[in-house]
Design a binder for this molecule. Structure first.
Ligand code: NAP
Ligand code: G4F
Length: 339
C-alpha cells in the first residue's frame, strides 16, 4: 500500500485529493495544524479512513518528524495562506507559510525521505499582470500580490531542489478551481452562497468588488486528478492546468443567480453599477469599493496544451455545470437549515 502525506487536508483541494487517494487504495495521512476549534467539515465523510497528524508549515521540526515517522511515497503540499486579499494584510505571514513553508517541506524531504515524490501547489496568480495571453509553462511571471510573490518563490524553490538534489519535485501551476467545498471568502462561493441566501430571504443584497476581472475557472475534482497524474510520471516536470476558457465575475453572477431562479439586469457604471432582479426590481448585487484590491489581476487564461498532450488530462466539468453544482449545493444547505 502506497503512503501519501497531504498538507492542507482540511482545505478544498486537500479534501478532494484525499477522496481520490483513498479510492486508489493509498494509506492517507493528512497534516493538520492546531486550531482553537476543529475545522474538519470538508473531511468529515472520510474522518475514519485518513490518519490526521499534527504539523505546521511554520515549524520545521514538526515537518521533519512527520516525514521521518511516516516515510511517505508521495507528498502533496497543498497548505498555504491562500486568500489573496489577506496577503496584503499579512504579507510576512503569507511569505512564511506560502513561500518559505515550501522550503521547509523540501528540506524535510531532503533529510528524511529523499526518494519521496513531491507535488507543490503553484498558482496562476504568479502570472499576475500577464505578459502574454493565454499563459503556458513558458510565460514569465509578474505577480501582483504578496501571495503571488510567495507562490513564485515556492515554484522556483521546487524547481531548484529538483535540479540541485535530484528530488522528484513538481510544480502544478493551477488556475482557479472551485467546488461546493470552496471557502466562502472566494468570489465564486461568495456569489453562490449569496444567491441561495437571497432565494431563501435571509439576505437582501450581495456586495462585490471588480466585476470585470476574468478567471479561467475549473472544477477542483478534475484538478486533483492532475496532481496525482503528475506524480505518476517517470520524469518530474511542471504543468499549467486550466480549462482554456475565461469568464468575468459578472458572467458568474448572471449564471449563478439564473440557477437560483433570478434574472439580472445590470444598471449604472463603475461603483454605481447594480444587478437588479428583472421580475421584482430589487437590487440583488451592488459594487463596493472595499472589495477592490491594491493591485488587480485582470485576466487569467490557461494554455493547458502540455497537460493535455503529455498527461492525457482533460477537465470533465464545464463552466456552466460548475456554477450549477455550486448553486445547487448551497440551495440544498439552506433548504435543510430553514426547514
Ligand atoms: P484552502 O481551501 O484555503 O486550504 C488551505 C489549507 O492550508 C487549509 O487546510 C489550511 O488549514 C492549511 N494551512 C494554512 N496555513 C497553514 C500552516 N501554516 N500550516 C499548515 N497548514 C496550513 O486552499 P485550496 O483552495 O484548497 O488550495 C490548495 C492549495 O492550492 C493552496 O496552496 C493554494 O494556494 C493553491 N492554489 C489554489 C487554487 C484554487 O483555485 N483553489 C489555485 C492555485 C493554487 P486550516 O484549515 O487549519 O486553515
Ligand atoms: O475568488 P478570488 O478571491 O480568487 P483569486 O484572487 O483569483 O485567487 C484564487 O485563485 C488563485 C489562482 O489564480 C489561487 F492561487 C488563490 O489561492 C485563490 O484560490 O477572486 C477572483 C477575482 C479577483 O479578480 C477579485 O478582484 O474576483 C474578483 N472579485 C470581485 N469581487 C472578488 C470580489 N473576489 C473576492 N474574493 N470577493 C469579492 O467580493
Amino acid at each position: 500500500m502506497k503512503k501519501s502525506l497531504i498538507t492542507g487536508i482540511t482545505g478544498q483541494d486537500g479534501s478532494y485529493i484525499a477522496d481520490l487517494l483513498l479510492e486508489k487504495g493509498y494509506d492517507v495521512y493528512g497534516m493538520v495544524r492546531r486550531n482553537s476549534t476543529e475545522n474538519f467539515e470538508r473531511i468529515e465523510h472520510i474522518r475514519d479512513s485518513v490518519k490526521l497528524v499534527p504539523g505546521d508549515l511554520l515549524d520545521q521540526m514538526s515537518l521533519m518528524k512527520l516525514i521521518r515517522d511516516i516515510q511517505p511515497d508521495e507528498i502533496y503540499n497543498l497548505a498555504a495562506q491562500s486568500f489573496v486579499p489577506t496577503s496584503w494584510n499579512q504579507p510576512v505571514f503569507t511569505g512564511e507559510a506560502t513561500g518559505i513553508g515550501v522550503t521547509r517541506m523540501l528540506e524535510s524531504i531532503r533529510y528524511e525521505k529523499p526518494d519521496a515524490k513531491f507535488y507543490q501547489a503553484s498558482s496562476s496568480e504568479m502570472f499576475g499582470k500577464v505578459v502574454e495571453m493565454p499563459q503556458s509553462e513558458k510565460t514569465p511571471f509578474y505577480p501582483r500580490s504578496p501571495y503571488g510573490v510567495a507562490k513564485a518563490y515556492g515554484h522556483f524553490i521546487t524547481v531548484n531542489y529538483r535540479e540541485s538534489y535530484d528530488i522528484f519535485a513538481v510544480s502544478g501551476i493551477l488556475f482557479n478551481h472551485e467546488s461546493p467545498r470552496r471557502g466562502k471568502e472566494f468570489v465564486t462561493r461568495k456569489i453562490t452562497d449569496a444567491a441561495a441566501r437571497i432565494k431563501f430571504g435571509i439576505m437582501d443584497t450581495l456586495e462585490l468588488g471588480n466585476l470585470d476581472a476574468k478567471r479561467d475557472w475549473g472544477y477542483a475534482g478534475d484538478y486533483v486528478r492532475m496532481m496525482w497524474l503528475m506524480l505518476q510520471q517517470d520524469k518530474a516536470d511542471d504543468y499549467v492546468i486550466g480549462t482554456g476558457e475565461a469568464h468575468s465575475v459578472r458572467e458568474f453572477v448572471d449564471l449563478a443567480f439564473k440557477n437560483a431562479g433570478f434574472e439580472i439586469r445590470w444598471n449604472g457604471e463603475d461603483l454605481n453599477e447594480r444587478g437588479i432582479d428583472k421580475k421584482s426590481g430589487k437590487t440583488l448585487v451592488k459594487v463596493s469599493k472595499k472589495f477592490f484590491r491594491p493591485a488587480e489581476v485582470n485576466h487569467l487564461l490557461a494554455n493547458p496544451a502540455k497537460a493535455y498532450e503529455k498527461l492525457g488530462w482533460q477537465p470533465e466539468v464545464s463552466f456552466d455545470k460548475l456554477v450549477q453544482m455550486m448553486v445547487d449545493g448551497d440551495i440544498k444547505r439552506y433548504e435543510k437549515l430553514t426547514k
